[in-house]
Design a protein around this ligand. Structure first.
Ligand code: SAM
Length: 281
């Protein structure tokens, strides 16, 4: 079952949260000279056109990056994220959006490496078109969960792993927990970022309950943009479960999240969650 296409959602509120935090984490890794790997288990197409094709269907980007694009009062990490999006839009018109691999490619240094996994044949081809020429990247059309086991631990013993499945298959909620447990056994010191959608589903709650029991340092951040719908369908926000976050991230997010709630919130259900593992409280 591979019907999910990220192009429909590129640049929406969930991408804003995911990609701004991703860039902040990678910038932090860059503070040390030692190279690292960026591993993206569900990489998508790498970059998306916003003015044609799928992205124009519901124009989800208008409620995400579109609301930050023209602002001149962005808190610093969000200003940095918009700067990365600007690299793809040098004429100032918002027409292209970088997916997670392209965000990472802009932040990584010469000696760092990208390991990108994308199973969908069409998106895998687009990913190759977008990043195949980058000599730092290696792209594979394989299952991201299985591939993760094979690449850990990474040779430089430093890495950030993004796990961003579509969750169109309910089994993904358990596979991410198993994948993280397995990953931590092989590479306990890695930085892991798991994205999830806020949906009215028991599986989301159960997944978070299991993740919070992992014996690691974690940070959970979620951005809700609207009240859950009465019919029980649709995504009303998203979250990131981050393992081994750097020590400044919590305070930095605490400064940015009220701004994101104000700019991206659609009704009085808009809010954020920021919580850390018990030993950090
Ligand atoms: N990480 C991307 C970003 O932030 O720009 C978006 C990824 S999108 C949410 C999920 C992607 O996973 C889709 O492109 C889908 O085709 C792909 N996919 C689905 N199942 C997969 C699997 N088992 N292994 C690798 N990729 C998969």
């Amino acid at each position: 079952m591979l019907s999910y296409r990220h192009a429909f959602h590129a640049g929406n509120h969930a991408d804003v949260l995911k990609h701004s935090v991703l860039i902040e984490l990678l910038d932090y890794l860059n503070q040390k000279d030692k190279p690292y790997w960026y591993i993206d288990t569900h990489a998508g197409a790498g970059a998306y056109a916003l003015d044609e094709g799928y992205a124009t269907k519901n124009a989800e980007f208008a409620g995400g990056i579109g609301r930050l694009w023209q602002r001149d009062d962005l808190p610093e990490p969000l200003a940095r994220y918009v700067e990365v999006v600007r690299e793809l839009n040098p004429d100032g018109r918002l027409r292209h959006y970088p997916g997670s691999p392209m965000c990472a490619a802009q932040v990584l240094r010469d000696a760092d490496r990208l390991r990108l996994f994308e199973l969908h044949p069409t998106d895998n081809k687009l990913l190759n078109d977008n990043l195949g020429q980058d000599r730092r990247s290696k792209i594979e059309q394989s299952d991201g969960f299985t591939a993760l086991k094979a690449v850990l631990p990474p040779p430089p013993r430093r890495a950030l792993v993004l796990i961003d499945p579509p969750y169109e298959d309910k089994k993904d909620y358990q596979r991410v927990v198993d994948g993280l447990q397995e990953g931590l056994k092989r590479f306990a010191t890695g930085v892991y970022v798991l994205w999830y959608p806020q949906l009215q589903r028991l599986e989301v709650r159960q997944m978070l309950d299991k993740l919070k029991l992992l014996p690691v340092k974690w940070l959970h951040v979620a951005l809700t943009v609207e009240r859950p719908s009465v019919d029980g369908f649709g995504m009303h926000g998203s979250g990131l479960f981050i393992i081994n976050p750097h020590w400044l991230l919590r305070d930095s997010l605490a400064r940015q999240l009220p701004y994101l709630v104000k700019q991206l919130g659609l009704d009085n259900g808009a809010r954020f969650v920021l919580e850390t593992s018990p030993e950090d409280k």
